[in-house]
Ligand binder design. Structure first.
Ligand code: CA
Length: 425
């Protein structure tokens, strides 16, 4: 789909234009092949392009102040740290090299052979080394649903909720890339019907449909990032499945918040889609009432219109869509999250990760967790094979997809796939 006002860029490389990995996207990731170690890549259609090879053959030589060693490393942290002035040029240069109007690369068979791989033939790795990880709680629908189920329907939201983006510091060691299976965790839980807690595998494994952003600039202790500067500090976004053991969470979380119910595995998509690529997809967020404090006030177009889908795939079955939500529903936007995070002078680093919190929409088919979809287990979901789910069963696979789409083109984030294995003996 294209029109003259905003045509999709044509490429000499043949690929599926519906894939969402067009020349308008050009995300960044880290991959390895059977005979060569980790290095940086982009993706066009189902092709993974080795950026370290393009650098070796001098295709980025004209970009000033570009240390191409950053493309030879096993994380994107040093590349991102070069700053957007540089990384945006690299992104445009890549799109230009594959443009139908440019034959520099097209005619160099040797480089093409070394640099272009089918996605099935490579292994995608963690794109960044995550220093710190913060999980927000920014969906009013999700916070309200959870408040109704676990607290008090009449006072579902805590009094602070509409005045600041609530969050907690999570754990980065257990953040892994799509495809990594996660064992059902053990822990301490307490059934409502009994007095004492017990120990065993979680009975309430859940996903949380989230998006996360990556900061691209280091700040110093004492520095604040204003809402107006926030976009400049955000390099890009990826999909985030914040796996949660609801029974462990419910028993442990008072008074300090999530701990072992959340830190046994969170899974991210391998491609970081840049904020540059998402420019056409900014939209207004929900009206914030009561009015927020001045340091949290943002103008129009603070939210991103990104469609989100979650599927549950039972073993040997086809994936079944559980929910369809959108990032635009978030009550608190990314600029507000980052401004609030640093208002006390908390410093941030390149490669830190900030998850949105479960993104639920207004309708029951747009809820971003099984806790809400099955309403604490009271409304099981029937799968096409006749079995029911209240929470995730062993050997179920959760698949999350995200894409931004307008009348001209689609920007895909790819997917996050996570198989839940039985508790480890
Ligand atoms: Ca979460």
């Amino acid at each position: 789909m294209s029109n003259s006002a905003n045509p999709i860029q044509s490429s000499w490389l043949e690929f599926d234009k519906e894939s969402g990995f067009t020349l308008e996207n050009i995300p960044f990731g880290i991959f390895k092949t059977a005979n060569k170690d980790a290095r940086a890549a982009t993706r066009i259609g189902d092709k993974v392009i080795d950026l370290s090879v393009l650098a070796d053959f001098g295709y980025f030589d004209e970009i000033e102040m570009f240390d191409t060693n950053s493309l030879h490393q096993n994380t994107l942290n040093n590349f991102i740290a070069l700053g957007k002035t540089c990384t945006s040029k690299v992104r445009f240069r890549i799109a230009d090299l594959f443009s139908v109007h440019n034959s520099e690369l097209k005619l160099n068979q040797k480089v093409l052979e070394f640099s272009i791989h089918d996605i099935e033939e490579v292994e995608m790795l963690m794109p960044i080394s995550v220093g710190d990880y913060t999980d927000f709680y920014s969906s009013i629908e999700h916070a309200t649903n959870v408040g109704i189920m676990f607290r008090d329907p009449a006072n579902a939201l805590f009094p602070n909720w509409k005045h600041l983006p609530v969050g907690y510091h999570g754990r980065s060691s257990s953040i892994v890339v799509s495809g990594t299976p996660i064992h059902r965790p053990y822990g301490q839980t307490k059934l409502e019907s009994v007095v004492s807690p017990e120990y065993g595998p979680s009975r309430s494994m859940d996903f949380e449909l989230e998006m996360a952003f990556v900061t691209g600039k280091k700040t110093n202790l004492g520095d604040q990032i204003s809402v107006d500067d926030a976009k400049d500090h955000i390099f890009g976004l990826l999909i985030f499945n914040d796996l949660s053991a609801r029974d462990i969470q419910k028993w442990e979380y008072v008074p300090l918040g999530p701990f072992l119910g959340k830190n046994f595995g969170s899974v991210i998509s391998p491609w970081i889609v840049t904020l540059d690529a998402l420019k056409p997809f900014w939209v207004d967020g929900p009206k914030q009432e009561p009015e927020v404090l001045p340091y949290l006030k943002t103008g129009r177009n603070g939210n991103l219109n990104i469609d989100l889908e979650v599927y549950l795939q039972a073993e040997n079955e086809a994936p079944f869509m559980m929910a369809h939500s959108n990032m635009k529903y978030l009550y608190w936007n990314m600029a507000q999250q980052l401004a609030h995070h640093t208002v006390n002078g908390c410093n941030v680093n390149v490669g830190d990760l900030y998850a949105s919190g479960t993104i639920s929409g207004p309708t029951p088919d747009s809820y971003g967790s099984m806790l809400e979809l099955c309403w604490k287990g009271t409304k099981p979901i029937k799968l096409p094979n006749g079995t029911e789910r209240r929470f995730i069963e062993d050997n179920d696979t959760i698949i999350m997809k995200a894409y931004a789409k307008n009348e001209h083109y689609c920007i895909s984030f790819g997917e996050v796939t996570t198989k839940i294995l039985p508790a480890k003996i």
